[in-house]
Design a protein around this ligand. Structure first.
Ligand SMILES: Nc1nc2c(ncn2[C@@H]2O[C@H](COP(=O)(O)OP(=O)(O)OP(=O)(O)O)[C@@H](O)[C@H]2O)c(=O)[nH]1
Ligand SMILES: [Mg+2]
Length: 368
């Protein structure tokens, strides 16, 4: 994860820096030639004048003159040093910036970084580069620092501790509904979460509220066996809301801490299936509605979260299949664009392949 975006962004930054350095180098070379030419002229003038002076008084005069010239030369050196410094510190205009940023913009887009995030990175960088005196060699450092700060701000959402949230709720059970399009990883994520909760000594039950897809109930039962938790189920084709309701009731009776409700994959545009989801939510009164999105789906995943949130309100997100997405732009963009926190990353098919989403880890991955 992230290695691809890291390499591509690094190479874009190095292109920008090379171009900046080359321009500065040309100006610097020109100024050096001018400086040397002026020094040669100065020396020639001194020699010419030296020849003119023959008498002792003249020699005395010459010494005085030479001293004077030395002073002038000293003054000139200071001046040239200043000029050299002025050309090695260069300013970038708005139009030059647009041209230089293009490389970076393309790499960010190709790595699934959302348009809104690119715009923020661009504005932040603009403020640090345009019309600011820049020294050769420091441009790369400025770009990297600015990128890091922008991404830190983009990922600025409260981290969420599910175990703590469950423990805090006095009236058990704590109910979670898992929502997403077909095959996004809902059922697998449920098994991973149940496994994690068990490790924290929290009991849970799974509700097979996907009564629609063939073999979905059997799949959840298999996962239940794998984790060692009970599955509440009805027949295929029965009302999913009734299964969810039974799951909650069972947990209340047996004093089980958490109910994890599996639902069928659906598109937000399917009115019937969205009405069905509203009914599941109405009867199970979930504490948390988690959207499971495939990280590799990029901007599609972000659009889906926005659409589902508009229809049924989403609390947070699990990005699945993160280990097979080398780009990483989705993880950076989701919360900034949708304003929803990312709770976990799914990083494989095993029960332990669930990672708490940590901003620090992402930043370290990208910039180390
Ligand atoms: N590599 C990888 N595969 C995953 C991950 N999460 C889920 N999968 C796989 O993705 C496929 C679909 O996962 P499911 O959990 O069945 O997805 P779902 O959303 O329940 O699917 P439907 O119920 O059909 O809508 C399965 O083959 C899973 O093993 C993950 O984090 N990494
Ligand atoms: Mg499923």
């Amino acid at each position: 994860m992230f290695s691809f975006i890291k390499d591509k962004v690094k190479s874009a930054i190095s292109n920008i820096t090379d171009r900046f350095d080359k321009e500065a180098e040309i100006v610097e070379t020109k100024e050096k030639i001018l400086e040397e030419a002026a020094e040669i002229l100065e020396e020639k003038k001194v020699i010419k004048e030296e020849k003119k002076k023959e008498t002792k008084t003249e020699k005395k005069k010459l010494v005085q003159e030479a001293t004077k010239k030395e002073e002038v030369k000293e003054e000139k050196k200071g001046f040239f040093a200043k000029v050299t410094e002025a050309v090695t510190t260069k300013k970038i205009s708005e139009s030059q910036f647009e041209e230089l940023f293009w490389d970076l913009e393309v790499e960010l887009l190709e790595n699934n970084v959302a348009f809104e995030v690119i715009e923020k990175i661009k504005q932040d960088l603009k403020a640090k580069l345009i019309d600011v005196a820049l020294k050769r060699g420091e441009v790369e450092k400025i770009i990297l620092q600015s990128l890091k700060e922008s991404i830190e701000e983009v990922l600025d959402f409260e981290s969420f501790d599910l175990v703590e949230a469950v423990k805090k709720k006095k009236e058990k059970p704590y109910v979670i509904v898992f929502i997403g399009v077909n095959g996004s990883g809902k059922t697998t994520s449920i098994a991973k979460i149940a496994h994690m909760l068990k490790k924290h000594n929290l009991s849970c039950v799974l509700a097979a509220a996907d009564t629609f897809r063939a073999a979905s109930i059997d799949q959840l039962e298999e996962q239940g066996k794998r984790v060692g938790v009970k599955v509440i189920k009805h027949d295929y084709g029965s009302d999913p809301a009734a299964v969810a309701f039974d799951g909650v009731k069972y947990a209340q009776q047996k004093r089980i801490d958490v109910v994890l409700i599996d639902t069928a994959g659906r598109q937000h545009s399917n009115i019937n299936l969205m009405d069905e989801m509203k009914k599941i939510i109405r009867v199970s009164k979930p504490d948390l509605k988690i959207y499971i999105g495939e990280m590799i789906a990029g901007n599609d995943c972000i659009d889906q979260i926005k659409d589902f949130d508009a229809a049924i309100h989403i609390d947070g997100v699990i990005l699945s299949k993160a280990e097979i997405d080398e780009k990483g732009g989705t993880a950076i963009s989701v919360s900034y664009v949708t304003k929803k926190p990312i709770y976990f990353l799914g990083v494989g098919q095993e029960l332990d392949d669930l990672k708490v989403f940590q901003k620090e880890g992402i930043i370290k991955n990208l910039f180390s």
